[in-house]
Design a protein around this ligand. Structure first.
Ligand code: SF4
Length: 220
């Protein structure tokens, strides 16, 4: 299992299939933002991270321009990560409440995390073709993470991508925060608002709501 994931990740790191995203991830890494102007940006695809024997997989949409595209680790070094890991720590799913950089010692307990799309898209809006290109990798991750029984999709696009990957056509399955759906014999898909600053600052998502969903996954 471990070897297959390692082999897959090496392949993902070499991927240049989506020309628009390759150009964009490199452009961001070169131009940077003032706050991080002295840092070396990652600027490559972002692979999954965590416990490869996990029961739970957490799916984000894509690396953030100055978050994972800078630090090289999913949900690391931005506001979404600050909120998410504070909640995950409180739900006893991590060894620490912060995810700042690749060497910060973060460990996930019974959780694996990965972006649906491995490269940062302009304005956080991937094209359908780019999502299709990258589905193949997520599909394989799911195949190799044999103990996964629960998928937590952060945000509507990650949620809808799961439905496509598992070819779920049931019309009653729609994105609704806190809801869970059996999508095949083994897997249950949970929906949760994305922990983006916009959702958190507008009060659409707060710590209590996030921790409630995380505790449900753990107890499921
Ligand atoms: S988004 Fe996925 S398929 Fe497209 S270049 Fe990045 S890793 Fe490759």
């Amino acid at each position: 299992m471990e070897e297959k994931i390692t082999f897959l990740n090496k392949k993902i790191l070499r991927c240049t299939k989506c020309k628009r995203l390759v150009n964009f991830r490199q452009k961001i890494a070169k131009e940077k933002t003032r706050r991080f102007k002295d840092e070396n940006y990652w600027g490559r695809p972002v692979i999954g991270f965590g416990d490869t024997k996990a029961k739970i997989i957490i799916l984000g949409l894509a690396p953030a321009a100055h978050g994972a595209n800078r630090t090289g680790r999913v949900f690391t070094g931005d506001k979404s990560a600050e909120f998410l890991f504070r909640c995950m720590y409180k739900a006893k799913m991590t060894n620490q409440p912060n995810s700042d950089n690749i060497n910060d010692g973060l460990k996930l307990y019974n959780v694996y995390m990965t972006p649906v799309l491995k490269c940062v898209p302009p304005e956080d809006k991937p094209k359908a073709e780019e999502l299709r290109n990258c589905f193949n990798f997520l599909d394989k991750e799911m195949m190799y993470l044999k103990n996964v029984k629960i998928l937590l999709a952060l945000g509507r696009i990650a949620f809808n991508s799961c439905l496509k990957i598992f070819k779920t056509k049931k019309s009653e399955i729609t994105f609704s925060h806190g809801m869970s759906y059996k999508i095949d014999k083994k897997l249950t898909l949970f929906a949760c608002y994305h922990p983006s600053p916009r959702n958190v600052n507008t009060g659409r998502l707060n710590e209590e709501m996030m921790i409630k969903v995380l505790n449900e996954l753990k107890d499921y």
